[in-house]
Write a protein that binds this ligand. Sequence first.
Ligand code: AMX
Length: 474
Amino acid sequence: NARPFRGSRKALHLPHGNQTHNPGIFQTLIYCFPVLLQNLKDVLTDLVPKEQSRIKNFKAQYGKTNIGSITVDMIYGGMRGMKGLVYETSVLDADEGIRFRGYSIPECQRLLPKAPGGEEPLPEGLFWLLVTGQVPSQEQASWLSKEWAKRAALPSHVVTMLDNFPTNLHPMSQFSAAITALNSESSFARAYSEGVNKAKYWEYIYEDSMDLIAKLPCVAAKIYRNLYREGSSIGAIDSSLDWSHNFTNMLGYSDATFTELMRLYLTIHSDHEGGNVSAHTSHLVGSALSDPYLSFSAAMNGLAGPLHGLANQEVLVWLTALQKEMGGEVSDEAMRDYIWNTLKSGRVVPGYGHAVLRKTDPRYTCQQEFAFKHLPNDPMFKLVHQLYKIVPNVLLEQGKAKNPWPNVDAHSGVLLQYYGMTEMNYYTVLFGVSRALGVLAQLIWSRALGFPLERPKSMSTDGLMTLVGANKSG
Ligand code: AMX
């Protein structure tokens, strides 16, 4: 749980964590006048050289240290457990779940700034934490709200493009295509073509990332309105509101609890360390110095897969079919049979299992808590809760899945449908808006730290067999 930039707790006068380094003059100013540092770029400008030199020293001392071995199973098994990436913003523990810069989800819920009168964390605060390692002040989070409101406008060619998509094009395909087209706005691509010094890459990646995060709710809302609200206008951004509130307004929802849900949703889906398909994709594509728009749209194509982000859509489709077949109240026995039928027909139970996690996903747990608080009697929530008691035992009995417990996607759709968002095909777009916070925070650091082009060695089966001295005829 190492926290990379250890000034943070002292800066906010948090009670725990020992100071083990000598703050420089800039850092001292942070301690005395935290309110001065509302501009995220200023904070980063201070942090980047410190982190560059920390890693340089680490590599100089330990660069040749062996940290594990690679087996043939790992290569055929989707590189599970292979340590092969540096990813700073979050780390996933198989039993405990995700920690964002060292902070668990309950800690983030407690410590991150909230909207006035709200109880859920603001995604702005989470982004600040992911980028800097520091829990932001209320002022810093609202600086981000205002900054994103300022940068939200879409270029007209993207609006035209979205308006011209056929209604049978999946919302995720529309989302990804629009993000690719937004690269007309890339300040990194422009600066690179003008020969910018490598040392300045991160500054342009920062600008593009901020612009992209600001624009994503507008793109997502436009897709929603075009597909499900007869192309009605998303309205204008209100610079006095936070990012999530503007998003729910643009989607056309006025229930304050739905906005609270969106704050929680956009916070918890943001990041899940570096090896998952969407984070790894943006990391890989970004390493070719493709700009943040191109890197992030590539990530969205990965998120659109049913084993990854599309699972939230799949869960609701599966649950709705269950309800249609079985009616309102379903007995445990009938539910067991339904689950077994899914497995026997060669399909997965969506929302269950995970490549890394081995316990219930804390992102599931916090959504469950939200449901207990706000919709305890919703029939679909009751169904989800009933499944939680039955699916793990069935998966254990089948004996294949390494993790029989629910992941984030088992719960999210049920909350959304309760507030009237019943368009299941759209759910992964919301996941995508949130995922930008994590992968773009990392992209800024990847360029600041000068990570090279990603290029692992691949092997043919014959080559592998020769390497291990196997008999090639089988
Ligand atoms: N239902 C049925 N079978 C499952 C299963 C599930 N929920 N989860 C795993 N299995 C099966 C696998 O398909 C695999 O079968 P095989 O040996 O016939 O190929 C076997 O159990 C071993 O798989 P594993 O090592 O436990 O999982 P994995 O790392 O290969 O895959 C995941 C992880 C998430 C793709 C898988 O658990 C799954 O398909 N879950 C359902 C889809 C889902 O919810 N995805 C969302 C994940 C979270 C996210 O990214 N948003």
